[in-house]
Every structure is written in structure tokens, then in C-alpha cells.
Ligand binder design. Structure first.
Ligand SMILES: *[C@@H]1O[C@H](CO)[C@@H](O)[C@H](O)[C@H]1NC(C)=O
Ligand SMILES: *[C@@H]1O[C@H](CO)[C@@H](O)[C@H](O)[C@H]1NC(C)=O
Ligand SMILES: *[C@@H]1O[C@H](CO)[C@@H](O)[C@H](O)[C@H]1NC(C)=O
Ligand SMILES: *[C@@H]1O[C@H](CO)[C@@H](O)[C@H](O)[C@H]1NC(C)=O
Ligand SMILES: *[C@@H]1O[C@H](CO)[C@@H](O)[C@H](O)[C@H]1NC(C)=O
Length: 815
């Protein structure tokens, strides 16, 4: 009974154990299923920056815990759960821009203690939760732009003491209240996108100071609620703050009034971007900022609907304006647009004017002459031609006397001699940028201002260079032309840019004794070495990547030392822009990682060393073989085979002839030459000359000395003799053991012994010889000695009679 109970309890225990195991494995299954849903992203580079953007992820993918930057932009992520980002405690930057995020768990970012940059822009967050940011004490940049929240809600940023860049707002932001930015005190950059702002509590943005840059989009307020726009602008305007207004229309007589507050706060730097305006509003604006110490006025992506008739504001004072920039301007009514002749009140003061990419085809000479303070003129990416540039620079007449920098890059200019002639009179000109033009040739001589130090003729179509260059140049950019050669002495040159040409080798460094920087990337250099760089006495920085390098040993080792900083000049471009083009098996490999073997680099040495080693090994092998008597064995096997063959042939011949005269000797005597005296003095007389007592005949012996046929091969002779003898007598002694031929005879007889004749060998021991005195390789003899009985030659005379008797007996013995 009790036994039964015990067993049943054990059973339940077993069952519950089993059950919990099942549960456990089920739980594991669950996590691994959700983990499986979270596909991994393994695109992390060596800097642990993981680019998982544009990959269609619908969940936060799994990345290594070590990741420092994680880019998840442009995926389809909708939610972030509590565990999605767990463990990424080293993460510094997280980019979730352009997903479909609508929910984020309150604790989702809790483990991101190191996070400095967080981008949640362009998502579908309707509510912002302060708990997201509660643990992000290291956060410096936060982007919440373009999410459909209508208000910020309870103070979000209170714990973010390090925050320096904050961007928020979106299409439906309606309300900004005083407490909303509580805790945000000091920013480098603030961006607020509030095109549909309806309610603004005055002062909501006024606690942020110092404030480096502020960018506002207030389209709606500008159109319908100027007071609100004005309140916002006033709150963020400070003399040191660069104010940028985006995406609005400055149209009608009201909108400019919004700037009154800013004007009062003596704002200095204003950028208007992506806006349209009319003459009327420009005049209004000029009146509003009359006397305000604005130094920088930038107008970008501007659409002008008027005709440039702003002279109504000519009474206003704008002498503080120092920098004036128009970029990407579109003038709708180009044909009625006036020259700026009436704008003397605006044009006489600026030192820096840029009109970039605005389809300017001429700046009339009269306008140029108004720009008396101008030091910097940038007219890049316009439509100036040789002719209109001549007009703009007033041809022979003096103009722009203070000009230091002229940038006419990206204009359809064709004649280098025209431009050189035109700029010669700009006696203070130091920088001339005529890049991205259509120059295809160079006059052999040009005139230049004596002050010119910087010349940029990159991206033209030059095929050769002449002495046209001014000797005063310090920086010369000729990249992206079709040059093959450069042979002009420029004694003051510090920087030379020759990338994107067709140079096969470095230009001679003696031409530029002061050169410090040389860029010669993307040419057709095959290799370069110490000697190429030696002529550059002052070179500090070199960029020579993206060439078609032949990875020879010298080049690879030279470049690797350079890359490691072991040269006079440092390579300032990326290490992996140096790639091998040939040999074929190294094509595309980074030179820094190439390892050429000794074989490739020291062929001669390698060949001689390996020959030496092979020779040594060969002789060692020979010595070894000789020590092991392998040659001897081979010789013997060969002889044996040959002898056997001829023996077979003889056999066959005999069979054919059916001759009976096979056995012609009683015994073949095998002995060493040194034992010849014994054989001749004892054995032969005893056996051949003494008649046997029993049989009348003396025995006939075969001795190689006597009976071998002259002229026959010795092997054949031996074989033949053994075959023709009934027995073989071996006269064993030290001497015998040392003789190869005796050995052979022994071998052969042994083979004969077993092949045909049975007990055919007779051993005579001339001197005491134990089995161990016989070398191991005479294993047959050793065996014979241990198996056969042998006759010992007695020292004492009286016992010899018995010896002879035994020998005779053995020789005559029954077959
Ligand atoms: C996101 O999902 C939608 C449909 O669910 C699909 O059309 C779109 O291509 C996906 N986007 C990416 C980047 O995979
Ligand atoms: C420029 O502003 C208009 C509205 O005035 C807006 O629709 C457009 O998206 C803006 N363009 C850019 C590049 O921001
Ligand atoms: C603004 O223009 C309207 C008509 O367009 C005019 O009635 C109004 O007086 C103007 N206001 C100012 C301040 O110029
Ligand atoms: C000239 O303008 C081009 C294009 O705007 C710019 O890339 C270049 O740096 C400018 N050159 C100088 C000397 O400022
Ligand atoms: C020369 O002009 C090109 C194109 O405008 C520009 O990219 C390059 O940086 C300039 N070179 C130098 C040395 O400033």
C-alpha cells in the first residue's frame, strides 16, 4: 500500500516536472518567435555604425549590443515595444525618421543612457509622452518634426539638461503654451514648424537663451494672424541669434509688420528661405528694418513677383548690411525687372554679395560701379558669358577696386584670355574661381593681378597647360580636366589639385619648391615611390587614391609605410581609396591589407634558397638511403629479377632441347675471395682429388675462379653454376659476410632451395660466427643459420677427418 502511494507521488512529481519543462520550453518558444519576428540587421561597419535604413523592417531589428549609431530611417516600423531597444546602452545616435511610428512604449528608451541624438521626425505620433525622455540624460539633439500632434502637452524636456538642438512641430500643431518648453534653457539650434499655429501664449519660447539659430515656419500666422507671428518672432529674436524664416509668403501690406518686434530687439542676421514676395512687401520690409543693425541678409529660394521697384524705400538706412546673399531666386517677370540702378542706398555698403543660381546673365557696369565697398562677389551658377562678364567688369573702365574674391564658377565662360584681361585691373584680387566653365585651351601668356594667390579652374576642359599661370599663385585647382602633364614653375605654390585628370606620373616636384598639399586622385597613376616624392621638399599632405595601382612589392611596402605615417608626407585621403588594379588576383583589394608573400617579393632569393634546401634534403635522403642499404637492396632485387628471367629462359631452352646434361657439378662453392686459400688448399684437394672410400668417384666442384665462363655476365654465371650443381656450399666467415656476391649467391640458392631442390644449401663455418655477428640485412643467412645445421671447420687436425666425412655425406646425401 505504502509502496504504491510512494510510486504514485513520484509519478505526480514527474508529471509536474515535465509540465513545467513544457511551460518553459513554450515560453522559450514564445520569445524566440518574437525574436524571430525581429529580423536581424547586420549592416554595422567597423565604427559600429549600423545602417539599417530603407530595408522594409516592420519591427525594430536586432543589432549588436555594441552598436554606437543605429539608422532605422525609412522603414515601416509602427511600434516600439519595451524590449526592442533593450541592451543598447552604448547607443549614441538613433534615427527613426520616416517610419510609421504611432506608438512607443513609455519605457522603450530607458536603457539608452548614452543616447545623444534621437530623430523621431516624419512619423505618426499623435501624442508625445514625457516618460520617453525621462532617462535620456545625455541627449543633445532631439527631432520631433512632422508628427501629427496638436500640442506638446505636459513638459517633455525637463530632464534633458544637455539638450542643444531641438526641433519640433508639424502640420497640425495648434498650440504652444508657456510651460511647454520648461527645462529648455539654452540651445544652439531651435526649429519650430508651426504653419498652422492658432494659439500662442506669449513668452512660451522666450526662456531659451542663449539661442544660436532659430528656424521658424509660420505660414498660417503670417497670412492670417500677424500678431501671433509677431509674438513668436519677438520671443526668439536676439542680436546674436540667427533668425531663419521658412515657407511663407511676404505679400500684402500687413505681413512685414510682424518683424517690428524683431527689429526692436535689434536682430542682426536674417535668412528668408522658400518664400515669395512682392515689391510692395519688400518696400514694407525695408521700412520696418530701417536703421536696424542687420549685418547679414540671406534670401534663399525666393520668388519675386514684382519688378524690383523698391526705390520708394530709398530714404531708409541700411548701411549696416555687410553680407547679402540671394540664392536660387526666381524672378517671375524677368523682362520688366529693373536694373538695380535706383538701389544705391542698398548697394554701396555690403562688402560681400552673392547672387547664386539666379539666372543672372549680366550685371550692368553701372550697377557694378555702385558696389564700392564690395570685397567679395559670388556670381556662381548663373548665365554670364565672356561678353556679359566684360560688361559686368566694365571692360576698360575701373570698377570694384576693393574686390578680393571673385567667384564666377559655373558660368558659360569660354575664353581664359578674356577673363584674365578683365580681372587684371582688379588690383586687390586674391581669389578667382572660374571653375566649371567651358575653357578648353589656354593662351600661352596671360596677365593677372599681381595679388592673385588662389585660382580655381577645375571642371573645365583643359588638355594642356601653358605658362599662363601667374607666378604669385599659392593655391591652384586644376582638378577634373584632361591634363596629362604639368610643367610650369610656380615658386610660391602651396596647394596643387590635379585630381580627375590623366596623369601617368607625378609632376616634377622641383617646379614647386613650396608645395605642401598635392591632390592627384583619380588619375592613371600606376605606382609611385620614394623617388617620386623626393623632389617635393616641403610636401606634407598627399592624396593619391583611386588610381589604377600596380601592386608591386616596392609600391605596396612604400604605401603601407606612408599609410602608417612613416613618411615625410601624410596621406590625407581614405585608406581604402588605395586599391590594387593589378595583378589580377589582387584587383580591388585595399593596398593597406595586401600581403605579398616572400615568393612574390624576393623571387631570386626564394629560388636560390629553395634550391639549396632541396639539394640539402636530397643529399640527406641519399645518405639515409645509403645508411639503410636501400641501393644495395635495389641492386639485388634488380639482379635477382634479371637472373630469374634468364634462368627461366635457360630452362625453356633446355626443355626444348631436352638435354639431360643439367647437373654437371656436385656442388657449387660459394666463398669469399679472402677465403680462397682455404678452398684451394683444403676443400678442393680433399673433395676432388681424394677418392671417397665408399664411392669411387671424387666429387666435382664448381668454383667461380675456375669454372665460370669467361665473357658471361657474372650473375648469369652464378645462376648457371648453381643450377648446374646439385648442392651449394657456403663457406661462411667474416669475409663472406662482407662480400656482396656471396650474399647474392646465398640469396639465389635460397630461392633455388625453396623453388626446386629442397635441402640444397650446406653451410660451412670457417671460423666461429654467431648469428648476431651477421648483419641484420643478411636475414636469410641468419635464418639459414638458425634453421640449418652447419658444419664447423675444426681447428684440431684429428677432428678434420670427421668433418670431411660429414661434408661428403651431406654432398652425396640422398636428394
Ligand atoms: C511599407 O509597407 C507598405 C505597405 O504595407 C509598402 O507599400 C511599402 O513599400 C513599405 N515600405 C518599405 C520601405 O518597405
Ligand atoms: C516651400 O513652401 C511651400 C509653401 O509656401 C511648401 O509647400 C513647400 O513644401 C516648401 N518647399 C520646401 C522645399 O520646403
Ligand atoms: C493695406 O492695404 C489695404 C488695401 O489693400 C488698405 O486698405 C490698407 O489701408 C493698407 N494698410 C496699410 C497699413 O498700408
Ligand atoms: C564659388 O562658388 C562655388 C559654388 O557656389 C563654391 O563651391 C566655391 O567654393 C566658391 N569659391 C570660392 C572661392 O568661394
Ligand atoms: C574649386 O572649385 C570646385 C567647384 O566649384 C570646388 O568643388 C573646389 O572645392 C574648389 N577648389 C578649392 C581648392 O577650393
Amino acid at each position: 500500500m505504502s509502496l504504491k502511494g510512494a510510486s504514485s507521488s513520484r509519478m505526480t512529481f514527474g508529471a509536474s516536472c515535465c509540465c513545467s519543462l513544457l511551460l518553459l520550453s513554450w515560453a522559450f518558444g514564445q520569445t524566440s518567435i518574437t525574436g524571430g519576428d525581429r529580423s536581424p540587421c547586420q549592416r554595422c561597419d567597423l565604427q559600429l555604425s549600423c545602417d539599417c535604413s530603407h530595408s522594409g523592417f516592420s519591427h525594430v531589428p536586432m543589432v549588436t549590443d555594441q552598436a554606437l549609431r543605429l539608422d532605422l530611417s525609412f522603414n515601416n516600423i509602427t511600434t516600439i515595444t519595451r524590449d526592442d531597444l533593450k541592451g543598447l546602452s552604448r547607443l549614441v545616435a538613433l534615427d527613426l525618421h520616416g517610419n510609421r511610428l504611432s506608438s512607443i512604449h513609455p519605457s522603450a528608451f530607458d536603457s539608452l543612457w548614452s543616447l545623444e541624438e534621437l530623430d523621431l521626425s516624419d512619423n505618426r505620433l499623435t501624442v508625445l509622452d514625457p516618460r520617453w525622455f525621462s532617462e535620456l540624460g545625455a541627449l543633445q539633439q532631439l527631432n520631433l518634426l512632422n508628427n501629427p500632434y496638436s500640442r506638446l502637452g505636459s513638459p517633455l524636456f525637463e530632464g534633458l539638461v544637455r539638450l542643444r538642438i531641438l526641433e519640433f512641430g508639424g502640420p497640425v500643431l495648434e498650440e504652444l503654451k508657456t510651460g511647454d518648453l520648461k527645462g529648455v534653457t539654452q540651445l544652439d539650434r531651435l526649429t519650430v514648424r508651426a504653419n498652422n499655429l492658432i494659439r500662442y501664449e506669449s513668452g512660451a519660447l522666450s526662456y531659451i537663451w542663449p539661442l544660436g539659430q532659430v528656424t521658424l515656419s509660420l505660414r498660417g500666422p503670417f497670412l492670417t494672424n500677424t500678431a501671433l507671428a509677431s509674438a513668436v518672432l519677438t520671443d526668439v529674436s536676439y542680436p546674436e541669434t540667427h533668425l531663419t524664416l521658412e515657407d511663407f509668403h511676404l505679400i500684402g501690406n500687413q505681413s512685414a509688420q510682424a518683424f517690428r518686434g524683431s527689429a526692436r530687439k535689434r536682430i542682426r542676421k536674417i535668412t528668408f528661405r522658400n518664400f515669395s514676395t512682392s515689391d510692395e512687401s519688400v518696400v514694407d520690409m525695408l521700412e520696418v528694418i530701417n536703421g536696424v543693425p542687420i549685418t547679414v541678409l540671406n534670401l534663399e529660394e525666393v520668388t519675386l513677383t514684382g519688378e524690383g521697384r523698391w526705390e520708394k524705400a530709398s530714404w531708409t538706412d541700411h548701411r549696416s548690411i555687410d553680407e547679402f546673399l540671394i540664392r536660387n531666386a526666381v524672378v517671375l517677370d524677368v523682362f520688366h525687372f529693373t536694373s538695380f540702378l535706383q538701389l544705391k542706398f542698398l548697394l554701396t555698403y555690403p562688402r560681400k554679395v552673392s547672387v547664386i543660381n539666379s539666372q543672372v546673365f549680366v550685371m550692368p557696369c553701372l550697377t557694378s560701379q555702385l558696389l564700392v565697398s564690395l570685397q567679395y562677389l559670388d556670381l556662381s551658377d548663373n548665365l554670364l558669358s565672356d561678353l556679359t562678364l566684360t560688361e559686368s567688369l566694365c571692360d576698360q573702365k575701373p570698377t570694384l577696386r576693393e574686390l578680393r574674391v571673385l567667384n564666377v564658377s559655373g558660368n558659360p565662360l569660354k575664353s581664359l584670355s578674356t577673363i584674365s584681361r578683365q580681372v587684371t585691373k582688379l588690383t586687390k584680387l586674391t581669389h578667382l574661381d572660374i571653375s566649371r566653365s567651358g575653357f578648353s585651351s589656354m593662351p600661352s601668356l596671360c596677365s593677372w593681378p599681381f595679388t592673385l594667390r588662389y585660382l580655381n579652374i577645375s571642371r573645365a576642359k583643359l588638355t594642356t597647360v601653358t605658362c599662363c599661370f601667374p607666378k604669385t599663385l599659392e593655391v591652384l585647382d586644376l582638378s577634373n580636366n584632361n591634363l596629362k602633364d604639368f610643367r610650369v614653375t610656380l615658386p610660391l605654390l602651396r596647394e596643387l589639385y590635379l585630381s580627375g585628370n590623366k596623369f601617368l606620373r607625378f609632376p616634377d616636384g622641383n617646379l614647386f619648391p613650396n608645395l605642401q598639399t598635392l591632390a592627384i586622385q583619380s588619375n592613371t597613376l600606376n605606382l609611385f615611390g620614394r623617388s617620386d616624392l623626393q623632389s617635393y621638399r616641403r610636401l606634407e599632405k598627399l592624396q593619391a587614391g583611386q588610381n589604377k595601382f600596380i601592386c608591386s612589392c616596392d609600391f605596396v611596402s612604400f604605401l603601407q609605410t606612408l599609410l602608417k605615417g612613416g613618411g615625410d608626407a601624410t596621406l590625407t585621403d581614405k585608406e581604402d581609396s588605395y586599391r590594387c588594379d593589378s595583378p589580377l588576383y589582387l584587383q580591388g583589394e585595399s593596398v593597406s591589407t595586401v600581403h605579398l608573400s616572400i615568393l612574390e617579393c624576393h623571387q631570386l632569393l626564394f629560388v636560390s634558397v629553395s634550391c639549396g634546401v632541396a639539394l640539402l634534403l636530397g643529399s640527406l635522403l641519399c645518405v639515409l638511403l645509403w645508411r639503410l642499404h636501400v641501393f644495395w637492396y635495389l641492386k639485388m632485387i634488380w639482379a635477382w629479377l634479371k637472373a630469374k628471367r634468364s634462368s627461366q629462359q635457360r630452362q625453356r631452352r633446355r626443355n626444348d632441347e631436352e638435354s639431360e646434361a643439367l647437373i654437371s657439378f656436385d656442388a657449387f662453392v660459394s666463398y669469399s675471395e679472402r677465403d680462397a686459400s682455404w678452398v684451394e688448399n683444403f676443400l678442393v684437394p680433399e673433395l676432388e682429388e681424394t677418392n671417397d672410400s665408399r664411392s669411387q668417384q671424387p666429387l666435382s666442384l664448381c668454383l667461380h675462379k675456375r669454372d665460370f665462363l669467361p665473357g658471361q655476365w657474372i650473375m648469369d654465371n652464378i645462376m648457371n653454376s648453381i643450377e648446374r650443381s646439385r648442392r651449394t656450399v657456403f663457406v661462411l666467415s667474416e669475409n663472406f659476410v662482407q662480400s656482396d656476391w656471396c650474399r647474392y649467391e646465398l640469396d639465389f640458392s635460397h630461392f633455388w632451395l625453396f623453388d626446386a631442390k629442397g635441402d640444397a644449401a650446406i653451410l660451412i663455418l670457417l671460423e666461429p660466427l654467431s648469428r648476431d655477428d651477421i648483419p641484420k640485412r643478411f636475414y636469410k643467412l641468419r635464418r639459414l643459420m638458425s634453421s640449418n645445421t652447419y658444419l664447423k671447420w675444426p681447428e684440431e687436425e684429428e677432428r678434420r677427418e670427421e668433418f670431411w666425412r660429414s661434408l661428403r655425406c651431406a654432398l652425396r646425401g640422398d636428394d
